[in-house]
Design a binder for this molecule. Structure first.
Ligand code: ADP
Ligand code: ZN
Length: 751
């Protein structure tokens, strides 16, 4: 048998089984300690993954202390993926092109009897379905732990209907095509032209460079990307454009599609595995000049890469919060350095890391200080909610100023964006008589309360009165239409009308989320057409695009939402942005809290006044003096950076030092703590060289998650390699504990 090349899939024996793997090296030990395997059979004669991508995966695995198999799994096209390691079994993917299987609760169950035989798993599935009257795709149910077997069981009992729906062809694509405004013909402003010229020069040098394009919101960065991409393609090289989430920035994809036609591959989550598979192979065959995609597109098999653009480079969604915990932007930079390509990081609010690198001369900084066509930035007004509470009582959600301003805009037929970065109806429910609260049995958080539209369907009622049911009064509750859900593990229960413990009818909501804002706006402005964008409202495939399209076409007057509405949108009709609680993120014990707050407020304020009419933002806060709020109001990034950098340097936080976070999970707190202590004890000798220190172990802020206790520690130092090597060496000696340890290099959020 000829030696299969690096990047080819092969069948290899593992224990008593034969599994599919990917060749990463010849005649050597694989770095994660696994022995090289004898090959039983070659799956591919030629490399499926280009060697450069295999190389990139090896780097990712090493840098993020993950298995090479985990990294390869991200890079493989759908259908060819292995899972946990290089030799794990190939996942079988049904490539059903556009068919979508929808599962719904039956409004009229054929069997009207109570079902004492319904299993726990089936019951859980019914709960999920009860919250989604329009039905849920079977693929999504599977992601949420509902197996095909459970669904079949429910269908047999006549409780759910399963049917195939021919999905409209790629809803995103349609929206994207709707308003193609090919930009290349438009004349650049003077500032844009200067920036473009500087980038052209860098591109023409055909070597690795990183440029930070720091341009205020609405300064026309997209136009520059487009021209730069065009230039690279004309020179016979390829472009990778990374965006945080394509559905949230459809205009950028539309613009690229309009310019590059079918030479552009757009990779987004609304594509089926089949479509993604096809695209991947088109890229692999070299038929594509431009790939537009989210973080995993950084592994796209382009072999003439000349330019990587990372739009909104500060965005947290570039970081993958599961193994391998890579940062798309950072992997992009590494990839470009190997390909000799130019990287452009674009943002109005660059990450501290990138701006610091630019200040230190590692990156070229290019600045756009003005909006196009001399449009002014939105003027921002602060509303001190302490005064508001004093005057109007503690239940105020929408201040007098904001309400008046919204009324104004509605009267003038202008559009309004209202941000509250917290979803759900309320943040907690409690009994006023006995104090009972709804906490997650698996996680150390209280459950978020959601409204269930139109109450719950009937078969659900019947199930809840089964004697095995702990919440016996649930049939009563189901009409109340409240459901409390854990945002971490998805556990949920119906909120009854009376207290579960003392039966008092005094349940009260505390705190508020986007659903409550929507409700209040509906009450105050009954004629306004209001849409809501958060993870709950856009769960259904295509729902987000639909909402955004409606707003863009003027069919909605107000869009309420979480940070999803703050990102990169360009809706020229918005003249007012309201921020309900600007300080939602400030209370978190996280050194990035100020940075995130500044970014979010600056970005959302940047959505106003992008058309001909000037914009205004009204920001409600309890901390009007906080620097991140003050400076976001002035939209003064350099001042924010100067202020924040002092704190980071003083506290020895990134970008001045690197962090690695380790979380040890255990069945009990003591077990987790004991294991964490053992790891730390073994790491200690390596700190003697003085390049890093260890913090902890200590209970993680989220002390319990999905039923497991969590203890964390940090490595903090100037040389990541030292920290990584020490960690790898230690965990290699304790394989039992390794499985309970999550390592996060350059963590973005630590919970
Ligand atoms: P940014 O990404 O920097 O926030 P965009 O690229 O979305 O800004 O551009 C903001 C708006 O200005 C868009 O509607 C875009 O079409 C428009 N625009 C960009 N460049 C020009 C130009 N040179 N002349 C006129 N309009 C422009
Ligand atoms: Zn939970």
């Amino acid at each position: 048998m000829a030696v299969p090349p690096i990047g080819a899939r092969v069948r290899v024996p593992v224990g008593t089984r034969t599994l599919t793997g990917c060749v990463v090296q010849h005649d050597a030990l694989i770095e994660d300690g696994t022995d090289a395997k004898d090959i039983v059979e070659a799956v591919d004669r030629e490399a499926l993954l280009p060697p450069s991508i295999v190389d990139l995966c090896r780097w990712v695995a090493e840098y993020y202390v993950a298995g090479i198999g985990d990294a390869l799994a991200v890079a493989m096209p759908p259908g060819a993926r292995g899972r946990a390691n290089a030799f794990k079994k190939q996942r079988v993917v049904r490539a059903t092109a556009h068919g979508l299987e929808m599962v719904r609760l039956k409004p009229d169950p054929t069997t009207t009897e109570v079902h004492p035989t319904v299993t726990e798993k089936q019951r859980a599935a019914l709960e999920i379905l009860a919250a989604a009257p329009e039905g849920i795709a079977s693929t999504e149910l599977r992601d949420r732990g509902v197996t095909a077997g459970v669904l079949t069981g429910l269908a047999k009992r006549g409780l759910v209907s399963i049917h195939s729906e021919r999905d409209e062809r790629d809803p995103f694509e349609r929206a994207a095509m709707a308003d193609v405004t090919p930009g290349v013909s438009r004349e650049l402003t003077e500032e844009q032209r200067l920036a473009a010229d500087e980038l052209f020069a860098l591109a023409d040098a055909r070597e690795f460079r990183v440029a930070l394009l720091h341009g205020v919101t609405g300064s026309g960065k997209t136009e520059i990307y487009l021209r730069l991409a065009d230039r690279i393609c004309r020179a016979g090289r390829q472009v990778l454009l990374m965006v945080p989430e394509i559905a949230l920035t459809p205009s950028i994809a539309a613009l690229f599609r309009g310019t590059f036609g079918n030479r552009v591959a757009i990779q987004h989550s609304a594509l089926s595995d089949g479509e993604r598979h096809d695209q991947w192979h088109r890229i692999r065959r070299g038929e594509i000049d431009v790939v537009v995609g989210t973080r995993s597109a950084v592994f796209a098999p382009l072999d003439r890469l000349g330019l990587v653009i990372v739009d909104e480079e500060h965005d947290g969604s570039y970081k993958q919060e599961e193994t391998p915990r890579y940062h798309g932007r950072d992997v992009a930079i590494l990839r470009a350095s190997r390909a000799g390509a130019l990287v452009v990081l674009g943002s109005a609010t660059p990450s501290m890391e990138s701006y610091q690198n630019a200040s230190a001369g590692k990156y070229v900084r290019i600045t756009l200080e003005k909006r196009v066509l001399d449009r002014p930035l939105a003027s921002v007004r602060l509303v001190d909610m302490r005064t508001e509470y004093a005057d109007e009582g503690p239940d105020v959600v929408i201040s007098r100023d904001l309400a008046a301003a919204i009324g104004d805009r509605l009267a003038r037929r202008e559009q309004v964006l209202v941000l509250l970065n917290r979803r759900g109806y309320s943040t907690a429910v409690f009994c006023r008589q006995c104090g009972d609260t709804f906490e997650c049995p698996n996680c150390s958080v209280s459950l978020t309360v959601h409204r269930v539209r139109g109450g719950l369907p009937r078969p659900f009622d019947k199930l809840r009165v089964a004697p095995s049911n702990v919440e016996g009064r649930a049939s009563e509750a189901s009409r109340a239409g409240w459901r409390a859900r854990c945002h971490y593990c998805n556990y949920s229960v119906i909120v009854p009308k009376v207290c579960r413990k003392c039966a008092a009818p005094y349940l009260e909501h505390a705190g508020f989320g986007t659903e409550r804002i929507e409700e209040q706006l509906n009450e105050r402005f009954p004629d306004a057409r209001i849409g809501r964008v958060d993870r709950d409202s856009v769960r259904r495939k295509g729902a987000l695009t639909q909402l955004l399209t409606k707003f863009a076409s003027g069919e909605l007057d107000i869009l309420v939402g979480t940070q999803m509405i703050a990102k990169g949108h360009d809706f020229p009709g918005i003249t007012l942005v309201g921020v309900i609680s600007a300080d939602v993120g400030l209370g978190l014990a996280d050194f990035r809290a100020s940075e995130r707050t500044f970014q979010l407020l600056t970005q959302v304020a940047g959505r106003a006044g992008r058309g001909e009419l000037a914009g205004e933002a009204i920001v409600q806060t309890l901390y009007p003096e906080h620097y991140s709020i003050q400076l976001a109001c002035r939209q003064d990034y350099p001042a924010f950076f100067e202020r924040e950098v002092v704190y980071r340097r003083g506290m020895r936080y990134p970008p001045f030092l690197a962090l690695i976070n380790g979380v040890v999970r255990g069945r009990t707190f003591d077990e987790a703590m004991q294991h964490a202590r053992e790891i730390v004890r073994r790491l200690e000798p390596a700190t003697a060289a003085g390049t890093f220190t260890i913090l902890g172990p200590a209970p993680a802020p989220l002390g319990r998650l999905r039923g497991e206790h969590r203890v964390q520690f940090f490595l903090k130092g100037s040389r990541r390699a030292d920290m990584r090597h020490a960690l790898m060496e230690v965990v290699a000696g304790m394989p039992e504990i390794r499985r309970r340890l999550t390592i996060d290099v350059d963590p973005l959020s630590v919970l």
